[in-house]
Design a protein around this ligand. Structure first.
Ligand SMILES: [Zn+2]
Ligand SMILES: [Zn+2]
Length: 248
């Protein structure tokens, strides 16, 4: 199980790195692919939270799950937007706000914390059951490539060299793997604390879907991307049913 979780963490990190690398070597943005992935990812992530993560957390620890979910939601808010001046998903177009290296590093740190919790969510999900873990992995994977594009674009706008952009993408991928590596200690943790960690990660995943991904899609002037969010919800529903069949 440990090696499976690490493998999933590595796969997610690879998708992230590819996004950052693409920006570093080409400096260009695959707009169309990005917005479709963001929209599918948003729908998938939100369906995962409401259909699986919240009910499973409540089953595990009862009403106190809501406090831990709120703590998870607030933690990402603190690291992505309170301590950090300027961070959003999608292409970094506000060059004036990214004029200093410091702005770039602060946005980078926010994404590092986010990426760590992406990895942790996969690990705690699998700790609960294989179905939940694989669904969390799919949700993370769907938004990892656009996340890599995001970090690449931030670092490039902040005036860093291509080499540094690639290193930043590697580091963010590394944070995901580090979060997944929590699989080594999680089995030692008792069931109640595991439930609390799951509820916490439900809050972080909700934050990613509702505040990192959805606003980027809503900024779009076309009707297609917002519609694709429903596609993501449908995709989750089908994946959930299929996995349930396969895993029995
Ligand atoms: Zn911006
Ligand atoms: Zn993420």
């Amino acid at each position: 199980m440990t090696s499976l979780v690490l493998l999933l963490g590595l796969a997610a990190a690879l998708a992230e790195f590819l996004g950052g690398w693409l920006i570093a070597v080409r400096g260009r943005w695959p707009q169309r692919a990005q917005v479709i992935l963001l929209a599918l990812g948003a729908g998938f992530v939100l369906a995962l939270v409401f259909i699986e993560l919240i009910p499973t957390s409540f089953e595990a620890i009862g009403a106190s799950a809501s406090m831990f979910a709120l703590a998870g939601f607030s933690t990402l808010h603190l690291f992505e937007h309170t301590l950090v001046g300027h961070l959003h998903f999608g292409e970094e177009t506000h060059k004036e706000k990214m004029a200093s290296h410091l702005a770039g590093i602060s946005a980078f740190s926010g994404l590092m914390v986010h990426a760590f919790f992406d990895g942790l969510s996969i690990s705690v999900g699998i700790q609960f059951n294989m179905l939940l873990g694989l669904l969390v992995f799919a949700a993370v994977l769907l938004h990892k490539f656009p996340e890599g594009l995001t970090i690449g674009s931030i670092m490039l706008s902040a005036g860093f060299s291509r080499q540094t952009v690639i290193r930043a993408a590697l580091a963010i991928g590394g944070a995901t793997v580090l979060g997944a590596a929590s699989v080594v200690v999680l089995p030692e943790i008792d069931r109640v604390w595991l439930g609390r960690i799951l509820a916490f990660s439900a809050g972080t995943v909700l934050y990613v879907g509702a505040t990192d991904l959805i606003p980027e899609i809503n900024k779009c002037e076309e009707r297609m991307p917002p519609l694709m969010v429903f596609g993501g919800i449908g995709l989750f529903y089908v994946s959930d049913l299929m996995l349930q069949k396969v895993l029995g």
